[in-house]
Ligand binder design. Structure first.
Ligand SMILES: CC(C)(COP(=O)(O)OP(=O)(O)OC[C@H]1O[C@@H](n2cnc3c(N)ncnc32)[C@H](O)[C@@H]1OP(=O)(O)O)[C@@H](O)C(=O)NCCC(=O)NCCS
Length: 137
């Protein structure tokens, strides 16, 4: 079943109690302290988190950083139960719509590179400690 029809996209407050349990999926080695540290980093006025909601349930988040011409996606996460239903794509589409004319960039891993490619991002692999990809559109 595709969940797109009942999903609402809107901004997420940093003190939303649902946020830690959703954003953690996009954080490496997510201890409780690290999750709070990451959320705290979005207090910067150039940062924002948008969420996908089905009723009261937060089913996806996307955190970004904005400069004059570039949007950097820092985190995107959809809980396993809600994956492959178009929610991640809806979050990307919202960013494209809200920031039309901006270059949109992200760094991601082997597991998620196909997700970005399917949304039209170009992907360039590089090797750090593991294979990673710079994606942009
Ligand atoms: C990556 C992620 C956000 C995708 O969200 P999603 O809601 O499942 O994505 P969608 O349903 O919109 O998928 C869009 C397309 O990408 C594909 N896709 C999604 N996740 C994929 C994956 N991990 N590998 C390969 N393809 C993937 C889907 O099959 C779909 O293609 P289709 O329309 O041809 O079926 C989600 O899998 C996730 O949260 N992963 C864990 C966290 C993570 O890795 N974040 C990114 C690094 S910070």
């Amino acid at each position: 079943m595709n969940a797109e029809n009942k999903i609402i996209i809107k901004s997420v407050s940093l003190d939303d109690a649902r946020l830690p349990s959703v954003i953690y999926g996009a954080i490496g080695n997510p201890s409780p302290e690290k999750i709070l540290e990451v959320i705290g980093s979005y207090k910067n006025p150039d940062h924002a988190i948008i969420g996908a909601f089905i009723g009261d349930i937060l089913v996806g988040v996307l955190g970004l950083c904005k400069t004059t011409k570039i949007i950097t996606i820092r985190h995107i996460s959809v809980p396993l139960k809600y994956q492959r239903q178009g929610i991640g794509t809806l979050l990307l589409e919202e960013v494209k719509k809200q920031y039309e004319g901006y270059k949109i960039m992200a760094e991601t891993d082997t597991e998620s590179v196909d997700f970005y490619a399917k949304s039209g991002f170009t992907c360039h692999g590089f090797y750090g400690a593991i294979w990673q990809f710079k994606v942009q559109m």
